[in-house]
Design a protein around this ligand. Structure first.
Ligand code: FPP
Length: 236
């Protein structure tokens, strides 16, 4: 199908992506799964650049869930190595792109080296405002809600004072607008514990391509589809 190369007029402020299908992309080529994750990582640069170009302000990427620790040890180790390489390699590019990096998830579960890399990345990009890039790592939507409740209780907040705004402020995503558009690649149609609190009125889009093949044209198609949706937020 011919892709409309014109930018739609209604660009979502916040796009969140579940980068699914790396393993199947590799298996369909007779390659080890980790090669799929490597290819998926290569694709990050393309999509980050395209978001900057298309005027998307917030990009949230689901990189590793609280459940992903349950994958075979070799795959988890391989993924950690890939993340390590990505942080080393892509930071200069992110600075160049005017990206502001923020980690979303439980930092306490990741290695000290990665914690230091994240801290450095967040610090060095903190004044950038072209694209707000949130990386969800060791992240689970339910875990985030549990963690928020724990901290509300620790802070001695009275039950009658708890409001939706307050709960939002206790999320990892405090101060960040909710996603307008959530994309899950690979044809799977599940939320998989991503942004449980934040996606109640997000628009969903499920392209059939695996993440390594989700290129700039695919993103443009998603933006066109989004601009054709009628958002009513429970009203008429
Ligand atoms: C899902 O594919 C993908 C992942 C679990 C990892 C996603 C990570 C990256 C693309 C690389 C780095 C990203 C950042 C932001 C540092 P899958 O393994 O579930 O694929 P399958 O469903 O085909 O098996």
């Amino acid at each position: 199908m011919e892709i409309d190369q014109q930018l739609p007029k209604d660009i979502p402020t916040h796009v969140a992506i579940i980068m699914d299908g790396n393993g199947r992309w590799a298996e369909s080529r007779g390659l080890p799964r980790l090669m799929g994750h490597r290819a998926g990582t290569e694709n990050l640069r393309t999509i980050i650049r395209a978001c900057g170009e298309f005027g998307v302000k917030y990009l949230k990427l689901y990189a590793f869930s609280t459940e992903n620790w349950g994958r075979p040890e070799d795959e988890v180790k391989g993924l950690m190595k890939i993340f390590d390489d990505v942080f080393e390699r892509e930071l200069a590019e992110l600075i160049d792109q005017g990206a502001n990096l923020k980690y979303i998830g439980r930092k306490d579960g990741v290695s000290e080296k990665m914690q230091a890399q994240i801290k450095h990345g967040e610090e060095i990009t903190k004044d950038n405002d072209k694209l707000f890039l949130n990386v969800a790592f060791n992240y689970g939507g339910r875990d985030e809600i549990v963690y928020a409740i724990q901290r509300l209780i620790e802070d001695g907040v009275k039950a009658e004072d708890v409001s939706e705004e307050m709960v939002s402020d206790y999320m990892f995503t405090s101060g960040i607008p909710d996603p307008d558009l959530v994309i899950r690649t690979s044809g799977e149609k599940r939320l998989s514990n991503f942004l449980t609190w934040q996606t109640v009125y997000s628009e969903w889009y499920f392209p059939d391509v695996y993440w390594p093949d989700f290129n700039k044209d695919e993103l443009l198609k998603a933006l066109h589809e989004y601009s054709n949706r009628k958002r009513r937020f429970g009203k008429i």
